[in-house]
Design a protein around this ligand. Sequence first.
Ligand SMILES: *Cc1c(COP(=O)(O)O)cnc(C)c1O
Length: 372
Amino acid sequence: MSAVLAAPVPVVGPRLAVDLDAVAANTRLFADRTPGALMAVVKADGFGHGAAAVARTALAHGAAWLGVTSLAEALALRAEGLTAPVLSWLNPVDADYTAAVGARVDVAVPSRAHLEAVTRAGIGARVHLHLDTGMARDGAPPAEWGALCRDARRAERAGLLRVVGVMGHLGCADDPADPANAAGRAAFDHGLATARATGLRPPLRHLAATAATLTDPASLHTMTRVGAGLVGIDPSGTTRLHPALTLTAPVVGVRRVAAGTAVGYGRTWTASRPTTLALLPLGYADGLPRATSGRAEVLLRGRRCRLVGRVSMDQVVVDAGDERVRPGEVATVFGAGRHGEPTTAEWAVWADTIEHEIVTGIGARVSRTASS
Ligand SMILES: *Cc1c(COP(=O)(O)O)cnc(C)c1O
């Protein structure tokens, strides 16, 4: 009862298609909502969508700046030929700030030790002082802020660097009602006043990211840093954006099994009726979270089919019921949802996580294509 059909020839493997028109439309929406400059945040390979492609698209549709975490990401954008202003905001004290100056990459400075390292790197650094506005994470603690501003002003007066920006970040902007938002805004305003009192006049003052830009106009200063929103993710759940990823995989094997057949590691699922199982060559190494085992669905032959058994490293088994699936047919793992396929938002629910983790987690062996 378990005749196995193998694919006759190697078919195209799992594929991630990036819709740059969606990125363009999202960028225009954010540019419209931003009174100041829009920074396109393309860290983590453009949230898994391709940093250079997302950067080019965003710059062509209203963004003026690029933002990334590491200096390596910033230098990679330069190597791709992107000449727009770039800010890198998370680096160790001993990062190569000379390379940053040479490549005209702005750097965020979250501590006096970082400031000293940047100052030593040579004349001409452009820095954004980074204040912790309530996350106890990557900005300077408020207690050190005054000293950091004074040191920075001294270095600026000595002609060693320019303080062109001050930045903060809100940790609860996905929930506009959270009182931490007002507290974060107030902390930022206070930090700006302190900077001003030391003589600094940074033209770029930026606090809001995607959620705050959509829900909290009071958080908008002279620039906003938007990442998730450009690729169609709205953490605040208030705005219809355009998802930009479609993940597909070919069926590489089909088998008809009897009731009582157990599937996969641990034999965690057993067929309660005769059914057809389809094998897809994608697993947790490719970004399908193991936590979605037995919960997630894909679209196959126009129908939602559930994953059964455990997600393996390289493969998943789909219960296709009585569909006459053939090897080589293509399943849609997720997409924009227009044809009944699951969305990354559904995958996030199945994995008990956020969409960001799904889109940034697609593995390197999935081939990428971009279209606009
Ligand atoms: C990732 C990040 C952003 C972008 O946030 P989104 O919510 O994805 O728009 C902005 N600022 C900082 C400091 C970040 O780490």
